[in-house]
Design a protein around this ligand. Structure first.
Ligand code: FAD
Ligand code: 2HG
Ligand code: ZN
Length: 472
């Protein structure tokens, strides 16, 4: 038994240091693409315990991987294969510390599951406007660690925009008490924004103060089918013009995304017939159901008149709205059921998306005939999940040997259009190579300088986010 673990047991209690048995829930990522081995999984119960564990690990030169719900999609939340790293699970820091209704904020511990935080805000009559398909499992700490996006970004912004303050344990085991609920604070460098999106490499978030929003009086949801992606982009412009800030969701799905859902989840009813593209529009209305329905109907009517859409279905109940969202959120699960695949979480100027898709689809088909594109995502944010599944009937696992070739085609096309190779999921281990190729040397050098200043011994999630300089 290592001397370090003995000391860590003294801090968090023996029952909260898991070193034997099956640790795969912490060691294997959600997609089962990354399988590491941990020295132990440590589950502190307070910020002071997190700080004490970090101090002990730093003293022993043992590195730490912070973990929330382990739903990350880029291989950043589990240990490497060395068997020497501690997985620091924040799961026991799961309290809602408080809601300040007048300030429209809530303070939540890092391990609080997003859905529970949303519920606590709702109980106070307010809205925590962060929403992801993984919200029943992912945590506030992971959301901020990855600067998660999700389905309401076009109206409320991503996790960064929703966070006002943080409490963080630094690499040396100090506690930064930055839980401010202030909307204005220009006192020097923004440490909060540095921590958000740093994927556990600069500090361990133990709590956050999040902005809350007024709850809309009504939520209206509709699906529409479209002949082309051009039409979807035109519908987005029309929706901005006609719904203004009421437009809170605009998701796009290509035909194959929904085919896969039909194949893998035949019990899910699809209200509209198959079409080249389907869009899900969500409108939040401050004035109520009737006003909202009239606005959404006016939008869809105008779109029909202009020939942008072919068919529509407006949800007549909350159950129908949930079923529409469920279809959209099932694409990732249907893809996982179909077998290993190559994911791309890219963003582009909305104006460049159609041309990108037409050109890149063709380039991929030339390189690997028969590949199937599961192309869906947050069109309102210019963010596509441009995922590649192997040709029908071929071996999905074996197909992954083409990953570098596929990535080279997709990322070159993204970079040529000033896009991003990671819109919302982060870099983790999965995109280190792409960081080297597509992030400028100046940006990488500044990032390395920040890492060296805040974590000089490389204790926090080493090897993630930043490719080693030699790989440049
Ligand atoms: P983890 O997976 O545990 O960790 C993710 C990263 O954050 C790791 O690098 C980890 O070290 C770091 N981290 C975790 N906790 C802390 C902490 N307390 N302090 C510092 N660093 C920390 N993502 C989106 O952006 N938008 C989506 O729409 C979306 N939908 C998804 C749907 C499904 C079905 C799945 C499986 C995933 C989806 N994701 C989405 C990805 C994932 O859910 C998000 O990245 C989420 O924010 C991760 O939260 P987590 O608690 O699971 O973090
Ligand atoms: C979503 O938008 C998630 O559903 C997951 O970001 C995307 O599976 C994916 O590639
Ligand atoms: Zn997404």
């Amino acid at each position: 038994m290592s001397a370090l673990l003995e000391k860590v047991r003294g801090v968090v209690g023996a029952g909260n240091v898991l070193a034997d048995g099956d640790l795969s829930a912490w060691e294997v990522d959600w997609r089962k693409r990354f399988r590491g081995r941990a020295l132990a999984v440590v589950r502190p119960g307070s910020t002071a315990e997190v700080a004490a564990v970090v101090r002990l690990c730093a003293g022993h030169g043992t590195s730490i991987v912070a973990q929330g719900g382990n739903t990350g999609l880029v291989g950043g939340s589990g240990p490497d294969a060395s068997g020497t790293q501690i997985v620091l699970s924040l799961a026991r820091l799961d309290r809602v510390r408080g809601v300040d209704a007048a300030n429209m904020t809530m303070t939540v511990e890092a391990g609080c599951v997003l859905q529970r935080a949303q519920q606590a805000a709702a109980e106070a009559g307010l809205l925590l406007a962060l929403s992801l398909g993984s919200e029943g499992t992912c945590t506030i700490g992971g959301n901020l660690g990855t600067n998660a996006g999700g389905t309401q970004v076009l109206r409320y912004g991503n996790a960064r925009e929703q966070c006002l303050g943080l409490e963080v344990v630094t690499a040396s085991g100090d506690i930064w008490h930055g839980l401010s609920g202030l909307r204005k604070d220009n006192t020097g460098y923004d440490l909060r924004d540095l921590m958000i999106g740093s994927e556990g490499t600069l500090g361990i978030i133990t709590a956050a103060t999040m902005k809350l929003q007024p709850r809309p009086a009504a939520l209206l949801t509709a699906l529409a089918t479209l002949p082309t992606l051009d039409a979807a982009v035109a519908l987005l412009s029309l929706a901005h013009a006609m719904l203004g800030p009421g437009l809170t969701g605009f998701e796009v799905m290509n035909a194959f995304s929904l085919d896969l859902v039909r194949k893998r989840f035949p019990a899910l009813r699809q209200p509209l017939p198959p079409a080249p593209w389907t869009v899900l529009v969500e409108q939040s209305d401050a004035e109520g159901e009737a006003h909202g329905a009239a606005a959404l109907e006016a939008l869809l009517g105008a779109a029909l008149e202009r020939g942008l859409i072919e068919d529509t279905a407006i949800a007549a109940s909350i159950e129908q709205a949930n079923a529409m969202w469920h279809l959209r959120e099932s694409i990732t699960l249907a893809q996982a059921a179909e077998g290993p695949n190559i994911k791309h979480d890219i963003s582009l100027p909305v104006s460049a998306i159609r041309e990108f898709v037409v050109t890149t689809d063709a380039a991929l088909q030339r390189a690997l005939p028969g590949i199937r594109l599961v192309n869906f995502g947050h069109l309102g944010d210019g963010n596509l999940h441009y995922n590649v599944q192997c040709p029908e009937g071929s071996d999905a696992g074996e197909f992954l040997r083409h990953e570098n070739e596929v990535n080279a085609i997709v990322y070159a096309a993204v970079s040529a259009r000033q896009g991003s190779i990671s819109a919302e999921h982060g870099i983790g281990s999965l995109k280190l190579e792409a960081m080297t190729k597509h992030k400028s040397p100046v940006a990488l050098a500044m990032m390395r300088a920040i890492k060296a200043a805040l974590d000089p011994s490389g204790v926090l999630n080493p090897g993630r986010v930043l490719p080693p300089p030699a790989r440049q």
